[in-house]
Write a protein that binds this ligand. Sequence first.
Ligand code: PSU
Ligand code: MN
Length: 304
Amino acid sequence: MTGGPLAFQPDVSDAISAGRPVVALESTIIAHGLPRPQNLELARDLESIVREEGAVPATIALMGGKIRIGLDDDQLRTLATANDVAKVSRHDMATVLASGALGATTVAGTMPAAHMAGISIFATGGIGGVHRGAETSFDISADLDELARTPVLVVTAGAKAILDLPKTLEALETRGVPVIGFGTDEFPAFWCRSSGLTVPARLDSVEAVAEAFALHRRLALGSGFIVANPIPEADALDRGMIEDAIARALEHARAGGVGGKDVTPALLKNILETTSGASLRANIALVRNNARLAARIAVAMTRL
Ligand code: PSU
Ligand code: MN
């Protein structure tokens, strides 16, 4: 592996060495989370949003045996249009790299890659968590253990409402992961602003978040840091409507015997269909909102 496993876009490595703000973006949402052509549109949009706010975007994916830190437009298009892209987490990072296959990184894959690259701020849509029925299926996203062990700040619209949110919050507390409500006392429920669950801490400005994260790192606590950012009011979906769609999607997945890493993409796809695209519009809005906030936090970090 000449030059090591990481391959940087030049603007990203320049920004990292100069201490300028950089925001990591994941690629599972592009390859597995959203349909075409909205996936490529969003991937490009997120990069523009981060730049508008004065930071450099670094979308992370596995290509040709390298962990790419930052993608050019051709690479973004490849990721958004290729079939059979692997969904890569920490556990299969080395095997997918060795195979040279195309891999899209989840939160659990993007966090360690960002950390290796020297990037400490990352935006996703919504982290994975404890699935409903995990007491029998044991399906708990690797995102939670990654958040326990990798000191990267993750901006997320709470956690996906397809999950068991109370158990997800409990698991985060057990793992020592700070969960900060950004301008809210409630843990957001992805497509909805409210879950009825209280966050352990609330901060109302990017400067306050930047200071708290700087201290978290200075203490060398080792864990990640969640900034839970509610979907904008205007884009949020009706709670009852989305809960019905989730119930139907869970039933559909159970009947179809969906398991393992296919669960989350299958549920998102089914919900998109039964809500006639409303869930997709909300998903896009919340990811954009998270990329913007992540960039603002990254800029505030460099001003400290
Ligand atoms: N946010 C979205 N859509 C997604 C994801 C996040 O808006 O598809 C992805 C992230 O990559 C996250 C993954 O890590 O879903 C969770 O998958 P799982 O439940 O299999 O761990
Ligand atoms: Mn799972």
